[in-house]
Write a protein that binds this ligand. Structure first.
Ligand code: ZN
Length: 74
């Protein structure tokens, strides 16, 4: 992914994807870690459209869908 220098400086940097995922997991909206071409660190992006979702986000969506199904059947 292309990152503008200004965005890179503003964004939080993570040393590893695992670290970034731990933060993303706690966020109330979907975030996805990516490797920055400028600083070589990991940033988080809210742009998940057309991207592979992290495992926890897939699980979260699957769980939400299951709840909706249960409510519809009840
Ligand atoms: Zn960066």
């Amino acid at each position: 992914m292309r990152t503008k220098p200004g965005i890179c400086q503003r964004k939080k940097r993570f040393a590893s994807e695992e670290e970034a995922l731990r933060v993303a997991e706690k966020a109330p909206f979907p975030l996805r870690p990516y490797r920055c071409e400028l600083c070589g660190h990991i940033h988080l992006t809210g742009r998940t459209k057309g991207m592979k979702l992290p495992a926890f986000e897939i699980a979260r969506r699957r769980a939400a869908k299951a709840v909706r199904r249960e409510n519809a059947e009840a």
